[in-house]
Ligand binder design. Structure first.
Ligand SMILES: [Zn+2]
Length: 601
């Protein structure tokens, strides 16, 4: 009901707004050193006595309510002749302007922008990064309206980089045919270093802020290889133009995908090492793959978006997890890392997932659904209670890929499922997919039931039978820690304010069972003083435990909120795994064929 109702309004308003210059924004920076963006919004051909203007509460791709309205101040509205109009806030992110049937209004507000991340805005005297969902308001019910965006760079700034289409007739002005496009098009303004390359029929712009020791020619060459490999899978590159906005920091990472652009965080001086370059290219690979997986092929809840609340899906293990799986697959296919290196990293992901106690509590479909309250809001118990839909989702992608390659005798793999889903739901039907539709495509392409995979690994918490899947490719997972006899406490400590403090207690460990708490200050172990020295390789606590054996009793004296307590723990064998992937001794022709197809050897 609600959907149909709002649809009618949208159509009406969209028609109403299709004439020229209905919504026009101008963003300027009068005092960038104070971290403000000054926004002016003009709305013409208003037909009602009031209009509600809303600031989104989240930005697509980053599943957390961020309350962008908290950064808005000095909101004022004016009529065409410049007289101030009554305006009031009616809830946390909505401003109601009484337009009095004036037909055209102008609204001004300022946005404080000082949060450095790929999903939040930042302004200082060197540049402005506008994450649009936190900058531009939309008229309630009019997400389909087009808008014109003029940027007035600060006097020392010379460049604007954005995926938005340029308006030829007006300098520094762009056009967004609806708010989904506007909110999906971040804008970088400053003196960024811009270079370009062509690949797969698309012009790619790279806008580097923050300097760095990158070699442009190397990046152009390697990034083009990733673009080519990924386009090959889908047979089509959806854009004619694509923009990489890269923020280089002392130490940075993370990215956010957009319709025809992305924002990447990078470490400015790590481009010249093999590992640093591969880390950057892995991020490029991840965000670029989102062009297809998420930005177009998507779970049904992820577009069209509701910017006013959480948008729930239990499929982030596909949207993010498969993207995490493919980011490394593509750098391997593009020849940017060896098969051995790929397998070593994959084994590391398996170790980290299997060593996380939350993996035995939280099904990955549930972790997807709860992203809004868990993934971006971790606490001291997160490792015990949740699993990342990125890493676990990547491993589900892995076993599905191997299962399909094996059952089709190498005729198909997960690639063919992704392509068929893209063709069917994005290209043909123009909508997102349901959980059942994704599973049904997996089964259609592979000719196999995935009931057990969904029951045990997607919606359940059973340990993945990795060796069943690796055996298809003549490989096996070996746990090098299985023979170890290390004693284990199960607590992580850190040096905080000159004190050795517990920061994590692992579920079912001796520390957990004996009641050692996060925030306990460790004073002594068996009456030996634990010194407050910081050693990044081995903490004082770990050093003490490493001198003990399984079954030893240890008395730990702690300070808990000013009270001294003794806690007795009995050490156990270290349960953590350290996996590697090795070839089976005599792989068959069929196994080698699966391996060859999987790793494109
Ligand atoms: Zn992602």
């Amino acid at each position: 009901m609600k959907y149909i109702f709002s649809f009618i309004i949208i159509v009406f308003m969209a028609n109403n707004l299709n004439a020229q210059n209905k919504i026009a924004f101008e963003v300027s920076f009068s005092e960038p050193q104070t971290h403000y963006a000054d926004v002016e919004m003009e709305i013409s051909e208003l037909k009602s006595a009031y209009i509600d203007l809303k600031m989104p509460v989240w930005t697509p791709g980053s599943y957390l309510i961020r309350e962008f309205a908290k950064n808005v101040e000095s909101f004022r509205a004016f009529n065409a002749s410049g007289a101030e109009l009554p305006a009031e806030k009616i809830n946390k992110n909505t401003w109601r302007v009484s337009s009095g049937n004036t037909g055209r209004i102008k609204v001004r507000y300022r946005v404080y922008a000082f949060e450095i991340s790929v999903r939040t805005s930042f302004v200082d005297e060197s540049h402005a990064f506008l994450s649009p969902a936190g900058i531009f308001m939309y008229p309630d019910g009019q997400l389909n309206a087009s808008s014109e965006v003029s940027i007035k760079p600060y006097k020392t700034w010379t460049k604007i980089s954005t995926g938005l289409e340029k308006l030829a007739s007006k300098a520094n002005t762009f056009i967004a045919s609806d708010f989904d496009i506007l909110y999906d098009s971040p804008i970088e303004v400053g003196n960024q270093d811009v270079f370009e390359f062509d690949a797969e029929g698309a012009r790619h712009e790279v806008a580097m802020y923050g300097g760095g020791n990158y070699d442009k020619e190397v990046l152009k060459r390697d990034m083009a290889k990733i673009v080519a490999e990924q386009t090959k899978t889908f047979g089509v590159n959806p854009n004619k133009r694509y923009v990489f906005i890269v923020h280089n920091f002392n130490s940075g990472g993370g990215g956010l995908e957009h319709l025809n652009s992305t924002v990447l965080g990078a470490s400015r001086n790590s481009y010249n090492t093999e590992a640093g370059l591969l880390r950057f290219l892995g991020l490029v690979s991840h965000e670029y793959f989102h062009l297809w997986n998420v930005k177009r092929l998507r779970p049904i809840a992820l577009g069209p978006f509701n910017y006013d609340q959480e948008n729930y899906t239990s499929n982030l293990w596909i949207a993010e997890g498969f993207t995490a799986y493919y980011q490394d697959i593509y750098t391997k296919r593009a020849g940017l890392q060896s098969a051995e290196h790929y397998l070593m990293n994959l084994a590391g992901t398996i170790s980290s997932v299997e060593n996380q106690p939350g993996n035995r509590v939280d099904p990955v479909s549930q972790a997807s659904f709860d992203a809004w309250i868990k993934q971006y809001r971790p606490n001291e118990n997160s490792a015990n209670s949740t699993i990342s839909y990125y890493s676990k989702g990547a491993l589900i992608g892995l076993i599905m890929d191997l299962e399909i390659i094996n059952s089709t005798k190498t005729k198909a793999g997960l690639d063919e499922v992704m392509k068929a889903m893209y063709d069917e739901y994005y290209t043909k039907k123009g909508r997102g997919y349901t959980d059942a539709e994704f599973r049904s495509m997996l089964e259609k392409v592979s000719g196999k039931s995935f009931e057990d995979v969904y029951r045990d690994y997607v919606n359940g918490v059973k340990t993945i039978d990795y060796n069943k899947y690796f055996a298809y490719a003549g490989l096996t997972l070996i746990d090098d820690a299985a023979v170890g006899k290390d004693a284990y406490l199960g607590a992580v400590t850190a040096l905080k304010d000159g004190k050795i403090v517990v920061t994590n207690v692992s579920r079912q460990s001796p520390a957990w069972n004996a009641g050692l708490n996060v925030n306990d200050e460790i004073l002594s172990m068996d009456n030996y003083r634990i010194n407050n020295v910081s050693d990044p390789r081995l903490s004082e606590v770990d050093k003490f435990i490493s001198g003990k054996k399984t079954g030893d009793k240890v008395n730990i004296t702690v300070n808990r909120d000013g009270l001294i307590r003794d806690i007795e723990v009995i050490l156990v064998r270290n349960p953590n795994h350290k996996f590697r992937i090795a070839s089976l001794p005599n792989p068959t022709e069929a196994q080698l064929a699966v391996r060859k197809r999987w790793l494109r050897l």
